[in-house]
Design a protein. Sequence first.
Length: 439
Amino acid sequence: MKILLVGNGGREHAIAAALSRSRLHPELIAYMSTLNPAIAALSAKTQMGSMKTPESIADFAWQNRVDLAVVGPEEPLVHGAADALHRKGIPTVGPRQDLARMEGDKTFLREVVARWAPEANPGFRVCHSSQDVRKALVELGDVAVKPLGLTSGKGVRVMGIQLDTAADAEAYAVELINAQGNVLLEEKLIGEEFSQIVFTDGIRMVPMPLVQDAKCAFNGDTGPMTGGMGTFSMPNHTLPFVPEDQLQQARALLFKIIMGAQEQTGQRYHGVLYGQFMVTRNGPRIVETNVRLGDPEAINLMALLKSDPVETFMSATCGLPEVVEFENMASVAKYLVPQGYPEKSERGEPVSIDMDMLRKAGLELILANGDPSSGDGRLAPTGSRFAALLALRPELAAAEEAVESMLEQMALPGLRHRSDIAKPGSLQAKITRIQNLLN
Ligand code: AMP
Ligand code: GLY
């Protein structure tokens, strides 16, 4: 059995590691835009190419007679990789271009939600001029300002976090209009976020454990938005600040959104859908959807996946089982990033990682990038998020401690991480905040 994996970040390393543990012993071949040495080490063959050229992805799959393609990132999906693979008759995990608009086009998502699950939408306005922006600010109050296209989680600024005043919000919104013609303003949601990622074959939807990602660059949820600094999940697969009724509502909303998007596009959704939700006073609200696994969420989820990973991905293309099993363990993943991330992505000096030491401590390293050209086994961080340390333990505090003490021991020069993620104190603060908000 041969599987094509498209993509070269931490998420794809996590997927490759999961597929490699399958009892079906698949042969992996990897299509990447830049070489990820950890994915290459798990692959029989690699090909470098653009994520924006669906035909070159499909040709590589065809020439290698793969049984299945798993597309990790959103970029190739938004450019039509699944359509090109389907034209060659290759079962593909990842939606076609029309459905990938659920991530690639924020207005499309808001319209789908408005039609099929309106209660999940925050107030929002698409603005094309500074007059529009001023009117929206009056109508919506505090807002999140968002570019409309793909941003890899960056580019969003929220009042009270990255924007101090309404004047700052207006200035940033106008800057985006000047650059790209439009901007999305959304009512600022107040609550706690959670990621509900699901497998779906377009008929069934099977939820994965809840995960929370820390999006801001610095401790205490401060600083600019990043792709995600670190994630955690609990042994019971839910999160202590997500009330059960809101979780059930969120899942029902996500199912309606999948069904609605299919109705609207006339296309069936095969793959993974990521619902980013906020628990609010008024019930769960959808912050965004992604048409892929999250990163870092994939690092937790792929390690926890207990059902056979190849069978599970395969079944998303042709009929999911009722249940997909995950380990009842807590998980913590923290990314090591260059000092200037996300604003200045600088190449770092090569670092050496003692994989034996990590294995002995029961930790896993997931690599997002790394240039091996020093030739001595060391890897140079190439700019964005570099690598994540992951621990699975019966309890959250133990997983967090395992990751922290190893990061301290490794002391990699030029790299930093968020030390507050999944700490018992920060978790308790979230629980208290939600209790106060809901009572
Ligand atoms: P997005 O790329 O849409 O997921 O936005 C990135 C991050 O910005 C989210 O994970 C939230 O932390 C924050 N955010 C986005 N939209 C809102 C909103 N309407 N209210 C409050 N925070 C938001
Ligand atoms: N963890 C956020 C994302 O994958 O977009």
